[in-house]
Design a protein. Structure first.
Length: 476
């Protein structure tokens, strides 16, 4: 019996037990008096929730009992937030993500070149704080095949040398191996691999089409970049997910969202995401920075901020830090375009969390609280239910065709995984900044992963590791 059947059987058993014994049952833990909001069912009102065996056992108006109790009066009870685009998959960053309400963090753009080893590394230590998963990444595979020396992004042949037909075949074969090992998706970043030919990219998309696997792509900038990705998907019939549309689109974001909407209207399997900040961050040695700024004048270089010091760069400092390597903040977007992306019904919320050796972008620690505080409560760009949908149901639905286990996440219903985020909608807000990126948000009160609290009363719970690997059903 496979995992999906086991899960269905457990859900039926829980539902039957709860229906027969709602008053007499004693659940592992109960969440009492919260305002429950579930986009999948449109439930939007006060309920009590009982958890058993890491799953939701009952959602009811009636009084229930548990061995442990969370008082959620005055708080919103939502499905745990799912982040499709989280770089930095470490114990440190999992703690950051949990404090922002995230119960599942996935590295689906950059990915890895060795899926089996990636999961083994996280399972060897006895688990993680939250659920985790990874793509097989074209960038990382290309680095391995072309023997690039970069540790994070390609800095040599992985970026700048065209692959031979044999190497293209090896890249495709390694991607297929990663999918057989349970990779959640295929990751790609065209600006980071400028020497990759269209034949090479078509080879990647053909694997995606054959296995019905979404390709999570950092496209080349602007409308032309989106046209390229849509053409590859159209020619091969591969599912496409365009990462951080506001970062790729800048002033073209509205027309690019319209293009994605039109593609969906014509039956294309295309989705996208956005993050709520008007500056990006990446590695200064990467092609996406070097190819744009290596010959730029000082006024253009001033768009770049060295993350470690806050200084805006000039020719001398750009060259100096390029030799050292490390993250730069890229100030090229506007708040207007952020709002356009965040409020679009097409976009999933995903952080693009970025963290290296103690330095990173504030979106690593504040993305979801920022959406709830700034764009729901303060500016009313989104309704609360729509924001929760973008953080829970929509990302789960993007993945569930390949990863059936995601059908039990992003929802509050009997039998679903007990991944739950409880927050104070009246005061939730991010606090992290480019100078102080580690500051955790306020208002995220409780975060539960597979029935276990990883955040309680706004503080991280130490010594717990209930997170589980999110893996696809292996392809033949």
């Amino acid at each position: 019996m496979d995992a999906a059947c086991v899960g269905l059987l457990l859900a039926l058993q829980i539902a039957t037990f709860s229906a027969q014994n709602p008053a007499s049952a004693v659940y592992d833990r109960v969440i009492l008096g919260g305002h429950v909001m579930d986009p999948a069912s449109t439930l939007d009102g006060p309920r009590n929730i009982g958890l058993s065996g890491g799953r939701i056992a009952i959602i009811t108006r009636h009084a229930i009992q548990g061995r442990d109790t969370i008082d959620a009066r005055g708080l919103v009870v939502a499905p745990g937030f799912i982040d499709l685009h989280a770089h930095g998959q470490t114990a440190e960053t999992y703690r950051f993500y949990a404090l922002d309400g995230v119960t599942t963090a996935l590295e689906l753009e950059l990915g890895t070149s060795d899926v089996a080893a990636w999961y083994r590394e996280r399972e060897a230590g006895g688990g993680e704080r939250i659920n985790y998963g990874v793509s097989i990444g074209h960038i990382k595979v290309r680095m391995a095949v072309l023997h690039d020396s970069g540790s994070w992004m390609p800095v040599g042949d992985g970026a700048y040398r065209a692959a031979s037909p044999a190497q293209i075949g090896e890249i495709a074969q390694r991607i297929e191996t990663g999918l057989r090992e349970g990779a959640v998706s295929i990751g790609a970043g065209f600006p980071y691999t400028p020497a990759a030919t269209r034949d090479e990219l078509l080879a990647v998309f053909r694997v995606a089409a054959r296995t019905k696997t979404p390709v999570h792509v950092h496209i080349r900038p602007s409308v032309a970049g989106l046209k390229e990705a849509l053409a590859l998907a159209d020619e091969t019939h591969a599912p496409l997910h365009v990462v951080h549309i506001n970062s790729a689109g800048l002033a073209d974001t509205p027309v690019m969202l319209q293009m994605i909407g039109e593609a969906r209207t014509h039956g294309r399997d295309v989705t996208t995401e956005a993050y709520p900040y008007d500056a990006g961050m990446t590695e200064i040695q990467s092609a996406t920075i070097q190819d744009v700024y290596k010959n730029a004048p000082d006024e253009r270089l001033a768009e770049l901020e060295w993350a470690g010091t806050g200084e805006r760069l000039n020719r001398e400092s750009f060259e100096r830090y390029s030799r050292i390597g490390g993250p730069v903040v890229v100030h090229t977007n506007t708040e207007e375009m952020v709002v356009v992306a965040i409020e679009s019904p097409l976009t999933i919320i995903a952080s693009d969390a970025y963290w290296q050796k103690g330095t990173g972008h504030p979106r690593t620690t504040g993305t979801f609280a920022r959406v709830l505080g700034r764009y729901v409560r303060e500016t009313h760009a989104l309704s609360l239910m729509d924001a929760i949908r973008k953080m829970t149901l929509m990302p789960a639905q993007r993945l569930e065709a390949r990863v059936p286990a995601m059908r039990q996440k992003g929802r509050l219903r009997v039998g679903a995984d007990a991944d739950i985020t409880i927050f104070d909608a009246r005061r939730v807000l991010d606090r992290s900044t480019y100078r102080e990126p580690t500051l955790s948000p306020v208002g995220i009160q409780h975060v539960i992963v597979n029935g276990v609290s990883v955040v309680a009363n706004g503080r991280a719970v130490d010594g717990v590791a209930p997170g589980r690997a999110v893996r696809a059903v292996p392809t033949p």
